[in-house]
Design a protein around this ligand. Sequence first.
Ligand SMILES: Nc1ncnc2c1ncn2[C@@H]1O[C@H](COP(=O)(O)OP(=O)(O)OP(=O)(O)O)[C@@H](O)[C@H]1O
Ligand SMILES: [Zn+2]
Length: 464
Amino acid sequence: MLKVFNTLTRRLEDFKPLEPPLVRMYVCGPTVYDHSHIGHARTWVAFDIIKKYLRLKGYNVIHVQNITDIDDKIINRARELGVSWKEVADTYTNEYFELMKKLKVFPTVHPRVTDHIDDIIEFVQDLVDKGYAYVTQSGVYFDVDKYPYYGQLSGIKDKKMWSQEEFVKDKKNPYDFALWKCAKPGEPWWDSPWCKGRPGWHIECSTMSSKYLGKQFDVHGGARDLIFPHHENEIAQSEARFGVRPWVKYWLHSGYLTVKGEKMSKSLGNIVPLKDVLKSFEPEVVRYWLSSAHYRTELDFSWERLEEAKRSLTRMRMTVDELRKIVKKESPKGKLDEWEIKAIYEVSKIRNEFYDAMDNDFNTPEAWAAVREALRLGNKAIEEGSWEVSLAVLEFVNEADKVFEVFEERVHEGVEPFIDLLVEVRSKLREMKQWELADYIRSKLDELGVKLLDKGKETEWRFA
Ligand SMILES: Nc1ncnc2c1ncn2[C@@H]1O[C@H](COP(=O)(O)OP(=O)(O)OP(=O)(O)O)[C@@H](O)[C@H]1O
Ligand SMILES: [Zn+2]
């Protein structure tokens, strides 16, 4: 049984979605005013892995991840750069899409705030009509005192600790928050029943999640920086409007990606842009490194750690490639040795360990330990030339890789016979002592990512 740690109850709980096998999941996406950084990627990959594991368990997951494309930060950035807010938002939205594709993170819907202004206005109007919100000169505010359960998610019960947003004279209480902000001169605006203005941040997520996932849904995610006030406010607005409780069944929060122990954050100026990381490392290395820590722990960034992850993944990939080659090119024996029988049973035990780990609040480091254990058996299978054990290991690794997505086959269909041919020509050249030409073929193949391994007169090759 899958168990997840729910921030709302502060407990590990059995995962029972509202309408199985459907799982409706919302994850807070980026505010597009700057480059996405590797800290963002940590959260997005964490929830992508959660989604893919749920799918592996037979759930149908609808995954919504928003794009905040209008916000004070975007407006300020546009001013600094002397361009329009739309240009800033479009530039970083496009970059975000490209990077998400590389990292193989594909939400079902990527709603943008500016495409949902009417829905937001309807939401706010409903809160005003129901008496949960009030209209002032500067905008519309949520009346926190009207909602009795405020503080439930963060556990912050002391009202003095609730103060948020800048102090605006016409707010009833310092802890009320803006649902709609009237535009100051020069700021972008949309028409509304109250003033020309724009939505507050929190209302967007309540509006877009309910639009695509309904009035109640299963999973809401983001990193833990969002617990207060963002997610606390989302709950207050949504429960006030829809009269449901709990609005979201499971609140999952990822830990920070840190730099020397501090959260990686644009405001602290310690960000490493994701595009730079992906220039030096393949997306698979990044996915592997991010998933090597549990999603709720902190993970400290360093280039050396990525290098280590690359080395470790390269070794694993070499084993996986070799297993694929054996299964494809060789044939079943029809009879198993003692160790092969044991190994095949061992793989089935390891497979259980993988599922137990993932069922325990998506414990990816333990799940990786299971994969590594299986690959150790894989190496023995390669050494012994066992087709059957190679198959058993490979089938398990392929299954686990539905979640991790790092072992995709990189072989282009039809290329192998041509490499075989070049290797054969090189062998003939060596026989004829044409070393220079033989070395030329080796170095050219190397550049193309094909490694040759001379074993006496025989030459083996593999993709690097
Ligand atoms: N250092 C980090 N580690 C893990 N997740 C993060 C980190 N920084 C942001 N996130 C998560 O990434 C998603 C997008 O965040 P958002 O664009 O709001 O970032 P931000 O708060 O503007 O960034 P910053 O903190 O760098 O200013 C959110 O779910 C957020 O919780
Ligand atoms: Zn949000």
